[in-house]
Design a protein around this ligand. Structure first.
Ligand SMILES: Nc1nc2c(ncn2[C@@H]2O[C@H](COP(=O)(O)OP(=O)(O)OP(=O)(O)O)[C@@H](O)[C@H]2O)c(=O)[nH]1
Ligand SMILES: [Mg+2]
Length: 388
């Protein structure tokens, strides 16, 4: 017998998880009818037990049964509770189905600015700035996120972002990946920085970028040209203002960083915090010190936890603001763990986007980016910032 699992199309999947599974069965026998039998979806940490009846199948015939599967905890799926496989039994036959994060219809779709209410309506799409030195793995992270967002039927990795981008530190670029254009049901864009070296990043550069302006001697590049004008005119708008910042730190940097550089990063973070951001540090290439993390990126490993603690102390930020990433590098096929970690990281960044917008509304009554930054780096609502 052949057993094939099919999922309803994205449009048919109403909730933030796959709640219907279609089990297709072919009776390969040329002569015998397969008697009617039970189809069982075995329970696991995510699914509950579910069953349906397969009618008798004549020789060489194919039949599909639709099974409604209840989940253990309805609501937005906790990525840690998703399962990378489940077992279906048809009579005495057993089939193990391997699934991807994309099978779960991705709760990241829930993060739409409109759900924060009327005052957030000016924010059409969340902008996430990825900052960090050359080679810190920002572009690889973009590719991992884009791969995770692809449907489960796509087996190839997305390679939209160029890896090994800028050895040429003379060219500084801001590149927008319009994720919200590529996948119409998500509402965030990723902004990738090129050509930043460890001597050249400063509070002023980050301040300028988060406000939605292009620093001097920087240029823009993107697939879609729609933001270019805005940046070139140095005009600050809610659309190009950043809503969350991911600061990429390769783990090797932790061992050779000096006091001056650590102080510079602390200064950047203090300035961001004064603007009501909650900067997120993404430790990258942790698999260099802990290779086993690549095969199980969701596991808690002491070496990686120690690196997180060291980072939090070094930059004087909370441990919750330090995460780590494992990107696709040489993998021949998509893996559940890498995409689940990528999902967690982007979901965390989206939560930061929401908190930022909510804090700005609470403090200033608006998210508009035209707040005045005084010489001490404190921000105040300007007259023009009053609600229209
Ligand atoms: N060990 C390890 N290497 C990685 C990982 N992610 C990316 N790399 C490698 O790191 C190198 C740099 O990656 P990029 O993604 O180009 O880094 P970037 O931050 O975009 O660099 P620039 O564009 O130059 O600023 C590449 O050789 C990647 O294959 C990871 O999770 N682990
Ligand atoms: Mg890059």
């Amino acid at each position: 017998m052949d057993i094939v699992i099919r999922y309803p199309s994205k449009a048919e999947r109403k909730l933030a998880y796959t709640d219907v599974i279609i089990v297709g069965v072919r009776n390969k026998d040329a002569h015998k009818t397969l008697p009617s039998c039970k189809v069982i979806v075995q329970p696991n940490e995510y699914h509950r037990y579910a069953t349906a009846t397969l009618p008798a199948l004549k020789p060489q015939k194919w039949e599909e049964v639709e099974i409604k599967v209840e989940v253990q905890n309805p609501g937005r799926p906790n990525i840690r509770k998703l399962c990378s496989e489940f077992v279906v039994k048809v009579g005495d036959h057993e089939h193990t189905e391997h699934v991807q994060v994309a099978n779960y219809n991705r709760g990241v779709n829930d993060y739409v600015p409109q759900r924060l209410g009327e005052r957030a309506k000016e924010v059409k799409v969340y902008n996430i700035l990825m900052f960090g030195t050359a080679g810190a793995s920002k572009s690889s992270f973009v590719n991992t996120i884009l791969t995770m967002l692809q449907g489960p039927e796509e087996s190839k990795m997305c390679r939209m972002a160029e890896i090994g981008g800028s050895a040429d530190h003379a060219t500084r670029k801001l590149h927008c990946f319009d994720v919200s254009e590529i996948f119409e049901d998500v509402k965030f864009n990723l902004w990738d920085t090129w050509g930043v070296d460890r001597k050249s990043y400063s509070k002023d550069i980050v301040d300028t970028l988060v406000d939605g302006k292009l620093p001097q001697n920087w240029s823009m590049s993107m697939q879609f040209e729609k933001y270019r004008d805005r940046f070139e005119k140095q005009k600050e708008t809610v659309q190009t203002q950043m809503h969350a910042i991911m600061f990429f730190v390769p783990q090797a940097m932790l061992t050779d960083i000096d006091d001056e550089e650590a102080a510079r990063i602390q200064e950047i973070f203090q300035s961001l915090i004064a603007k009501l951001y909650n900067p997120l540090v993404i430790l990258s290439k942790v698999d260099e010190v802990c290779p086993q993390i690549r095969s199980d990126p969701l596991s808690k490993v002491k070496e990686v936890e120690d690196l997180r603690k060291k980072t939090a102390e070094m930059f004087k930020i909370g441990l919750n603001s330090v995460r780590f990433t494992v990107n696709y590098t040489e993998e021949p096929t998509r893996t559940f763990g890498i995409e689940a970690l990528a999902y967690e990281n982007i979901e965390c960044a989206l939560q930061h986007c929401e908190s930022f917008v909510q804090s700005r509304i609470m403090r200033f009554g608006t998210v508009k980016a035209s707040d005045i930054v005084d010489k001490d780096g404190l921000i105040w609502p300007s007259d023009s910032d009053d609600e229209d």
